[in-house]
Design a protein around this ligand. Sequence first.
Ligand code: ADP
Ligand code: MG
Length: 235
Amino acid sequence: MHPAAEGGGTSAGSSVPALELDGISKRYQQGGDDVVVLNDATLHMAPGEFVSLVGPSGSGKSTLLHIAGGLDKPDTGRVQVAGIDLSTLGAGPLAQVRRRHIGFVFQFFQLLPTLSVRENVELPLIFDGKTSHRVDELLERIGLAGKGDRLPGELSGGEMQRVAIARSLVAGAPLILADEPTGNLDAVNAAEVLDLLTEQVRLAGAALLLVTHDAAAASRADRVFTLTDGHLSAP
Ligand code: ADP
Ligand code: MG
């Protein structure tokens, strides 16, 4: 159940929206041309809500996700994560918001190859000088209980993505951003990873913004959007 899943973001009483994108625009220079990638894109996500985003390659899905996660800045518009306006933050505080409030899961896993599975999961905490009993519990929940001391290179693709999922959740972030997280996996692993991601995000009570090419995966969300001509709309 997702109260306040209406997009207004304020109807849940005192609960703060997990993500508010308001009037986001972004253009890039490409070979001398100005290419408009996002044009007044607006999206509000309630706490715990699951939203999926589909759209053709090159339509700006990754750009939108990077802006939502403070990895890129919009030309115009406002991004708020858990009520925090990212545009007001300097580099240090922004990095801290990314570590504590946002979990990322990327298509190509983005694990650090010289760190163990356990260290990769702990990474968002290590930068904050913290440790957590949550790491062992998470390793168990993702089915890698005995593999904490392995290196990423010793794991299968599906296992690597499970490590990335655990890392995204370790700090208790209210917002998880996943960019085609099953795009580099075979069908069986893709289904398992998607089940694990949605289940663990729900258990954590976090909101999930999932970019996917997979229509079946997208349809599992509370709401589905397409990105067309820089706008978000219902498909
Ligand atoms: P999607 O994830 O939907 O495939 P992207 O957000 O990656 O789309 O890209 C959208 C458009 O923006 C593409 O035309 C891409 O070439 C362009 N683009 C993305 N990042 C940059 C960049 N850093 N510099 C120039 N153009 C970019
Ligand atoms: Mg992309």
